[in-house]
Ligand binder design. Structure first.
Ligand SMILES: NC(=O)c1ccc[n+]([C@@H]2O[C@H](COP(=O)([O-])OP(=O)(O)OC[C@H]3O[C@@H](n4cnc5c(N)ncnc54)[C@H](OP(=O)(O)O)[C@@H]3O)[C@@H](O)[C@H]2O)c1
Length: 304
């Protein structure tokens, strides 16, 4: 596993991060299996684990906390989010007030069984919510020694640009994968500002690998339904990248991760998986270089 600095935070992260969200966190996915994936990730050198209070209907954070119990946390960066929460019945609530942010970090620490978080990110803020009260609350959390670095997770280009410009935020998490080359210039801008960049959805939610078409189990149906609900137009777009499934020496998922990590501004690709074989393949993508002809075919297939 290779490691990269997380911008100017002073933190270093494995370039493949583990997203503790979605199906991984749901009770219908076996707790033992979920924990074994975390432990295997640790063995493979993964040091970045990303979660949020609202992920998996509120179940992902406590599950990650249980999986980490008794483990050496010294070199890990445990990242969670603030501003959103599971409001019951599968609904997501949002509150970016200073008091809610403070309470959210305190609750996350309890649920994760930690005394300190490496990274806390605002989860989908509006640009107008990035105000002085909010930044003061974040700074107080930093001064209390509860959090090392702050960032924001957004898929809205205007908000991402505002986050990159905000002096109180060190990291931005955005949606970057072969289907989203338009994020490249934003990552260039983040790099120029010394901000760390985390690429969420680096596998385009499994679409490039054709994963969501292989309906082998309930979890595959769950992922397919999510992709069709949230990213229907990309399911068709992903077909243009079918050639990645026939490469010599790397799988489509590995090529997708290599593409994301090729950008020097990306600190880590944070992938989600519920399968050990996938986790191992994804970890092995660290250090892979895309052959120039594959790179050219990706560029040719990307939307203009
Ligand atoms: N999606 C979002 O809206 C979002 C938003 C903010 C942050 N994030 C962060 O980004 C992380 C990753 O996002 P994500 O899980 O939505 O998307 P992703 O990592 O791009 O894709 C996950 C999908 O890819 C499949 N997959 C993983 N490894 C594979 C491999 N080697 N070969 C084939 N298929 C593979 C997974 O299925 P298997 O389980 O079968 O491996 C799953 O269906 C999240 O956990 C979270 O931390 C995501």
């Amino acid at each position: 596993m290779r490691y990269r600095p997380l911008g100017r935070t002073g933190l270093t992260v494995s370039e493949i991060g583990f997203g503790c969200a979605s199906y991984w966190g749901l009770p219908r996915f076996d707790e033992g299996e979920a924990a074994r994936l975390v432990h295997r990730a640790l063995d493979l050198g993964v040091t970045l684990f990303d979660t949020a209070p609202g992920y998996s209907r509120g179940e992902a954070e406590p599950r990650l906390g249980r999986a980490l119990q008794g483990r050496d946390l010294d070199h890990l960066v445990i990242a969670t989010k603030v501003g959103t929460f599971h409001a019951g019945g599968g609904r997501t609530g949002r509150d970016f007030s200073a008091s809610a942010i403070t309470a959210s970090v305190e609750s996350s620490l309890r649920r994760l069984g930690l005394e300190h978080l490496g990274l806390v990110q605002l989860h989908g803020p509006a640009a107008a919510e990035l105000n002085d009260d909010l930044f003061a609350a974040l700074e107080r959390l930093r001064q209390r020694g509860l959090v090392t670095a702050f960032g924001a997770n957004s898929f809205d280009p205007a908000v991402i640009a505002a986050v990159i410009a905000a002096p109180g935020l060190d990291v931005v998490m955005l949606d970057y994968n072969v289907l989203r080359p338009e994020r490249g210039p934003l990552i260039d801008a983040a790099l120029a500002q010394g901000k760390g960049v985390l690429a969420g959805m680096p596998l385009a939610m499994g679409q490039v690998d054709g994963q969501i078409r292989k309906l082998r189990s309930l979890r595959d149906l769950w992922y397919a339904a999510r992709a069709l609900k949230n990213h229907r137009h990309e399911v068709a777009l992903a077909q243009r990248f079918a050639f990645l499934r026939d490469l010599e020496g790397m799988s489509a998922a590995q090529a997708s991760l290599a593409y994301v990590l090729e950008h020097p501004g990306v600190s880590a690709a944070v992938m989600g998986t519920t399968r050990r074989a996938h986790l191992e393949a994804n970890a092995a993508a660290s250090g892979l270089i895309l052959p120039p002809d594959v790179r050219a075919r990706i560029t040719a297939a990307q939307p203009r």
